[in-house]
Every structure is written in structure tokens, then in C-alpha cells.
Design a protein around this ligand. Structure first.
Ligand SMILES: [Zn+2]
Length: 306
């Protein structure tokens, strides 16, 4: 009995656990993805080579996430974090990273991947003032609404996966090339289908769509939030209605995770359709993956513009 119990030293147990986990390859890379779009992209590029923990879902406000124990447990074991960066996760990710004691995924390490590093950001403020609301100092972080950004991030993420897990570098490279080919074709298709939207005036609830607007040439003529992250007062809403009488919009855009009351109120006053965009993977029935996200987004906009 004594000998038997001596055999069950921690390393032996650890080995047994690893073998019994069996469903994924023994060396599956542990990835912590902050938002659904990056979880989806990692799955496209890594397939079975990674187990992806998705920290948030499409109906959560990515600015306002609780640093829960379940997130802590996931980040403690992660070998790679794939997040937006540009301060989108400033309210919760740094706390998790500090308390995780996981050196591999600290900022600046190869295990920390920030998608926003690989695209040109819009709305970079020229001055920073708390009174301006929840301003994103590094520029607008909602980069995933332009499919060309997904392509740029995919290229960089494919390289990072190969760097972190060099034993499978060839597979990451092949999967990334395959994804980029399909993504390039799909992006050309979406861009062509959405061409009639160019110049369409829109109102938005939160400044969540500057990249979508830039991609499709939509013209933002009104914003419901007086300042980012700040609920509109009734006086401000009245101003917006007056503004829309001078410069009419064709639709009000909001993301699936936004509280719909403000945009609904505005839509009724200004007689505009509200378009609820999925904003990320899982934000609508059709947005089951990255391709579905843009199929749905473009169709919803075209329908509302008719
Ligand atoms: Zn924002």
C-alpha cells in the first residue's frame, strides 16, 4: 500500500489528467479570448490545435465586464490571450492579469496578443478629459466591424500562434492561408453587395461603428449618447430629434448588446427603422461565425436602406 501511494506523486497525477482529457490533442494550446470575434478567429486558425476559452458573449457590453473567478481560473492557465486591446478591456483585464500570476500572458509578452495593434485606429482623441465620458484614449477599439480588419488580424494571429506553438507552425500557416483566401473572397462579395449603402445617413446609439461606417461609406449624422458610455438625457434626445429634422437619417444603428430604449424612442419620434446589428459572433441567429456575422450585417443594412 505504501509503495502504491508513493507512486501517486503530483507529476504522475498530472500526467493521468492530461491523458484522460483526450478529446483534444495532448498539446492543445490554451487560449483565452476576450471577445467572441477573437474566439471565433482563433478557432478558424487553430482548429483542434487549441482549446479556446471565450471570456464574454455578444450580449455583454465589452466595456463593462466583471472580473469573475471563472475568468481568473481561465486566464491563470492560458498560454495565449487574444483580446482587442486599445483599452477596450481596461476595466477588467488588467486586474485579472495582475492577480493571475501567469507570466506568459502579461502585456508585452508573446502570449499577449492585442488585435487593435494591427489596424489603423479611428477617433484617436486629441485631448483627454474625464468630462468627455468613457473616452478610448487609444482610439476607437471596436475594430471588428470592418472585415478588412479581421483579415489583418488573422495574418498577425496566425504568425503569433506559430510562434507560441512552434511544433505546429506549418499547420497554423496552412490554416491561416486557407482562411485568408476564403475571407478575401467573402469580403469582396460583401463590399460589392453593400455598394448601394454608400453615403447613407445614419444615427447611432454608441460610437460603436466608425469602422463599419468607413468601410461602407455610411454617414453618421447623429449620436444618441451625448458622450461615450453616458446615457442620453431627455433634453439631449430632444436635441437629437431636432438635429435629425435638419439632417435626416435613414436608420438608427445599435449593437445587440445595447439597451434598446434610447434608439427605440428616437426611432418612434424620428420615424426611422432601428437596425440591431449583431456587432460580434453570437449577436444574432445568423452570426454563428465570422462569415455569418458579416452576411447578416450587410443584409440587415441593405434591408433597412430600401
Ligand atoms: Zn466603445
Amino acid at each position: 500500500m505504501k509503495l502504491f501511494s508513493m507512486n501517486l506523486r503530483p507529476p504522475v497525477l498530472a500526467g493521468l489528467v492530461a491523458i484522460s482529457a483526450g478529446a483534444t490533442p495532448a498539446h492543445a494550446l490554451k487560449v483565452f479570448a476576450c471577445e467572441p470575434e477573437w474566439a471565433a478567429l482563433t478557432r478558424e486558425l487553430a482548429g483542434e490545435l487549441a482549446t479556446v476559452y471565450q471570456a464574454t458573449h455578444a450580449l455583454q457590453d465589452p466595456h463593462q465586464i466583471q472580473a469573475k473567478p471563472s475568468l481568473m481560473a481561465a486566464i491563470r492557465n492560458a498560454e495565449l490571450t487574444v483580446c482587442t486591446g486599445a483599452e477596450l478591456e481596461a476595466g477588467w483585464l488588467p486586474v485579472l492579469l495582475r492577480q493571475s500570476g501567469n507570466p506568459a500572458v502579461q502585456p508585452g509578452k508573446p502570449g499577449s496578443f492585442e488585435a487593435a495593434d494591427f489596424v489603423q485606429k479611428l477617433d484617436v482623441p486629441t485631448r483627454l478629459d474625464r468630462a468627455d465620458g468613457d473616452v478610448h484614449a487609444a482610439g476607437n477599439p471596436h475594430i471588428q466591424t470592418d472585415p478588412r480588419h479581421i483579415g489583418l488580424v488573422a495574418q498577425a494571429l496566425g504568425q503569433r500562434l506559430a510562434q507560441i506553438d512552434p511544433g505546429h507552425a506549418a499547420q497554423y500557416k496552412a490554416r491561416t492561408a486557407d482562411f485568408l483566401k476564403r475571407w478575401g473572397e467573402a469580403t469582396a462579395r460583401w463590399t460589392q453587395a453593400a455598394a448601394p449603402l454608400k453615403g447613407t445617413p445614419i444615427a447611432v446609439q454608441h460610437k460603436g461603428f466608425p469602422y463599419l461606417q468607413a468601410w461602407l461609406g455610411l454617414k453618421e449624422v447623429a449620436t444618441l449618447e451625448p458622450k461615450p458610455g453616458i446615457e442620453p438625457s431627455s433634453a439631449h434626445l430632444a436635441d437629437v430629434v431636432a438635429q435629425l429634422q435638419r439632417t435626416p437619417a435613414k436608420m438608427v444603428l445599435r449593437a445587440a448588446y445595447h439597451d434598446g430604449r434610447g434608439s427605440q424612442w428616437l426611432a418612434e419620434r424620428a420615424k426611422l427603422p432601428v437596425v440591431v446589428l449583431p456587432f460580434t459572433v453570437g449577436g444574432s441567429e445568423r452570426a454563428k461565425d465570422l462569415f455569418g456575422l458579416f452576411d447578416d450585417t450587410v443584409d440587415l443594412l441593405l434591408k433597412a436602406a430600401r
